[in-house]
Design a protein around this ligand. Structure first.
Ligand SMILES: Nc1ncnc2c1ncn2[C@@H]1O[C@H](COP(=O)(O)OP(=O)(O)OP(=O)(O)O)[C@@H](O)[C@H]1O
Ligand SMILES: CC(C)(CO)[C@@H](O)C(=O)[O-]
Ligand code: BAL
Length: 378
């Protein structure tokens, strides 16, 4: 499914590209750090660049982020660099997806670090090409330009145009963050309209977001990207603790990060093990995960004064996001598999956990993740 890798024309064209398509009349504010990566702070400057890329028939890969870049983001960027002539990364901390009680004000903003990380992330295109590709453009829009009608985090007071993917944003993460997916769908529609990506890359770490946005691309009949050029990339984890990398991990103290945060992934693995063993129904698999976190929480509170609390662990159907009923076992779930499909019917096992004031999320797909278009890079 992901075998199509666009070959760069020649090393020479690649080396020339950023310079040829990058320097129209872009407004570059003097506070921006110096970088070889062109930074577009306005839609019109970006569009001029994109028009040139269209004319030159260059494919454009796109990675949408809120910044504070880490290896999880960079994995998406590497994939885009490998598969496209040009790669655009956006950094925009989107007010519309934060509830008024959430961490918009304190969300980590680390532009100098982000630029250095993008500069360092180059891809050796292939053995026959001697040059390497670097991110061709960073899109760094203002809140004012992204929300011309204005934006407040209070949904009841909002005015203007918003995008909702009805029926898919109230379950899972939507239960705890009821206005989150409306904010995400709105901003990503705007970003797709602006960036016009040939391909786009989202992370499995935010699995409901990725599946919901791919559905939105299909429902809105977008051409850039299409559902087929919307890629979901497996979660990058800390190689030792298996903690899913996340910008919000920066809020954690060293002991919280080492001892508490990895317990969410451990709880999901424990539930996965129960599910795989056969006889256990969904409720008892979830209970295994819940008990693991509460036992560990007591231990960490006593020994280290760390506050850790599960928000939820749940299993959901990846098509509908419906909760798997409590009494369903793996055998029963698989019996309902629609005929003719290869591999095991997937189910999303996901959770969220508070460590102090930091809310972390994680998920594992049980069964065949290929059905969801999630494939490890070969
Ligand atoms: N560990 C990861 N592995 C793969 N993709 C990731 C990972 N972390 C984030 N991403 C993806 O990067 C994109 C941008 O995410 P974002 O900027 O919100 O970072 P984040 O680490 O998810 O931040 P937060 O801590 O706010 O959840 C999303 O598609 C997201 O799924
Ligand atoms: C997709 C996104 C960039 C929209 O603001 C954000 O939700 C994120 O970083 O996952
Ligand atoms: N990674 C999703 C962005 C958010 O939690 O706001």
């Amino acid at each position: 499914m992901f075998a199509f890798i666009q070959r760069p024309a020649t090393a020479a064209t690649l080396n020339r590209l950023p310079a040829r398509v990058a320097f129209p009349k872009r407004k570059m504010s003097s506070e921006l750090p110096k970088s070889p990566i062109p930074i577009f702070t306005t839609v019109s400057a970006y569009r001029e660049w994109r028009t040139r890329a269209f004319e030159e028939k260059k494919s454009v890969g796109f990675v949408a982020t809120m910044g504070a870049l880490h290896e999880g983001h960079l994995g998406l960027v590497r994939r885009s660099l490998a598969e496209n002539d040009l790669t655009v990364v956006s950094i925009f901390v989107n007010p519309a997806q934060f509830a008024p009680t959430e961490d918009l004000a304190t969300y980590p903003r680390t532009l100098p670090h982000d630029l250095k990380a993008l500069e360092a992330t180059t891809h050796e295109a292939d053995a026959t090409v001697t040059s390497s590709r670097m991110t061709a453009a960073l899109f760094l829009p203002s809140v004012h330009e992204m929300y011309p009608s204005g934006i407040t985090q209070e949904v009841s007071a909002q005015k203007g145009t918003f995008v909702e993917v009805k029926g898919y944003g109230h379950q899972m993460e939507g239960t705890s963050r009821p206005t989150f997916f409306r904010g995400v769908a709105t901003v990503v529609t705007k970003l797709f309209n602006i960036i016009q990506p040939t391909r786009t890359y989202f992370g499995q770490k935010d699995i409901q977001q990725a599946l919901l946005l791919r559905r939105m691309v299909r429902d809105l009949i977008l051409s850039h990207p299409t559902p087929d050029t919307f890629y979901i990339i497996p979660t990058t984890r800390d190689p030792i603790s298996s903690l899913a990398l996340s910008s919000r991990n920066a809020y954690l103290s060293d002991t919280e990060r080492e001892l508490a945060a990895p317990q969410l992934a451990a709880a999901l693995r424990a539930a996965k093990h129960s599910w795989a063993s056969g006889g256990a129904n969904k409720a008892s698999c979830i209970q295994v995960a819940t008990e693991l976190v509460s036992t560990k929480a007591q231990e960490l509170a006593t020994a280290h004064g760390i506050q850790m609390k599960l928000d939820y662990v749940e299993m959901n159907d990846p098509e509908t996001f419906d909760v798997v009923p409590d009494d369903v076992t793996r055998e029963v779930y698989l019996r309902e598999q629609v005929g003719g499909v290869e591999g095991e019917r997937p189910v999303i096992l996901s959770g969220a956990m508070w460590v102090g004031k930091t809310r972390l999320i994680d998920n594992i797909v049980l069964g065949d993740a290929k059905h969801l278009g999630i494939v490890e890079t070969s």
